[in-house]
Ligand binder design. Structure first.
Ligand code: PLP
Length: 387
């Protein structure tokens, strides 16, 4: 199937950019490892293929698949999520420019913006993205050219109104970037809500099996696509063919995985809510979550990430994190297996002591697609250590 334009999400996930190989009819397109391509005479390129950093058919397949799923015209993939973010920022900004970002952005994004781009003369202001007025004021006060938001955010699970922030950004002539890593295009479509660019750590739900690091940028703005595409080619932080293949293979099952992640996370969040050891459960699917209604509007479901804060503070959080078995204590998220993370010392250690610091009584759960009864039994046995 080659024309997937008017098909549903899962059909696009499986078929966009995945036409069978014409020579043999192989249903799964081969992985192209070649770094270079024979030319039919000087400059006689076959279908534009010249050199692996610039173009590779396996990467092209993934890029087309991602663009089709996010509703963009161009997808560009990179060696990691941060490499994608780096290429995007360098393509769009120049020294002297400013970024307004969420005050609970992923720690690595904040580190890239504050410590790498800070030294290259790009300023930043962190604000609460759920406060639209505060974002408007920050953009006006700084003349920001880029507004950067994550929703749900990592790990505080705040929900931001993408359409409202798009309006604020565009009124000021700024570009809106949405990090859609937590939600994925199955649950949320930022470009349709007004964002200019979507970024992903494809390492997470898109790859989905914790076996490949990667990143992506998707946009429907051709001018922006050309600038970022030039950065991908000229600075060269591309993903390799095997990584692109694994990411494509994972992405084909995104819809079914996200439904199961959401089913299980809803049950886990409800279970946590009923526990006396718990101070707060941060999950947008819970009616008491401050972003619940907004999430219900702009997301299809609420996803697989749940954060929890403990009455017993840091010692309780640490004790639970080190006692689970189905939930593996590890960095990262979004794979089929459940993971447990203590952000203040792990994923978000780089923002300790900064305005983006994460509470020390908080654990972040990436709820996998194992049987939910086993996930709950595991939490039960870990919580029993707190008695
Ligand atoms: C929301 C979010 N954005 C971006 C990144 C960076 O991606 P990568 O680790 O693939 O460089 C991460 C990684 O954890 C993330 O959670």
């Amino acid at each position: 199937m080659t024309d997937t334009q008017n098909t549903g999400f899962n059909t696009r996930a499986i078929h966009a950019g995945q036409a069978f190989e014409p020579h043999t009819g192989a249903v799964v397109p081969p992985v192209h490892f070649s770094t270079t391509y024979a030319q039919d005479g000087i400059s006689g390129l076959r279908n534009g293929y010249e050199y692996g950093r610039g173009t590779n058919p396996t990467r092209d397949s993934l890029q087309q698949q991602l663009a089709a799923l996010e509703g963009g015209s161009t997808g560009l993939t990179f060696g990691s999520g941060l490499a994608a973010e780096d290429a995007l920022i360098r393509a769009v900004l120049r020294p002297g420019d400013h970024i307004v970002l969420g005050n609970d952005a992923y720690g690595g994004t904040y580190r890239l913006i504050s410590r790498i781009f800070g030294d290259w003369g790009i300023g930043h202001t962190a604000v609460d993205m759920s406060d639209v007025g505060a974002v408007r004021d920050a953009v006006a006060a700084t003349g920001a050219k880029l507004v950067w938001l994550e929703t749900p955010s990592n790990p505080m699970m705040k929900i931001t109104d993408i359409a409202a922030i798009a309006e604020v950004a565009h009124a000021a002539g700024a570009t809106l970037v949405v990090d859609n890593t937590f939600a994925t295009p199955y649950l949320q479509q930022p470009l349709a809500l007004g964002a200019d660019v979507v970024v992903h750590s494809t390492t997470k739900y898109i790859g989905g099996h914790s076996d490949v690091v990667g990143g992506a940028v998707v946009t429907a703005d051709d001018e922006l696509a050309e600038k970022i595409g030039f950065m991908q080619f000229a600075a060269g932080a591309v993903n390799g063919p095997m990584d692109a293949f694994l990411t494509t293979r994972g992405l084909k099952t995104l819809g079914v995985r996200m439904d199961r992640h959401s089913d299980n996370a809803e049950r886990v969040a409800e279970w946590l809510l009923g526990r006396p050891e718990v101070e707060k459960v941060l999950y947008p699917g819970l009616p008491e979550h401050p972003g619940h209604e907004l999430a219900a509007q702009q997301m299809k479901r609420f996803g697989g990430m749940v954060s929890v804060q403990f009455v017993g503070g840091e010692p309780a959080a640490r004790a639970v994190a080190e006692a689970t078995r189905v939930f593996t204590l590890a960095e990262s998220l979004g794979g089929i297996e459940s993971l447990m993370n203590y952000p203040s010392e792990m994923t978000h250690a780089s923002v300790k002591g900064t305005e983006l610091a994460v509470p020390e009584n908080l654990l972040r759960l990436s709820v996998g697609i194992e049987d939910v009864e086993d996930q709950l039994a595991d939490l039960e046995q870990a919580f029993s250590r707190l008695a």
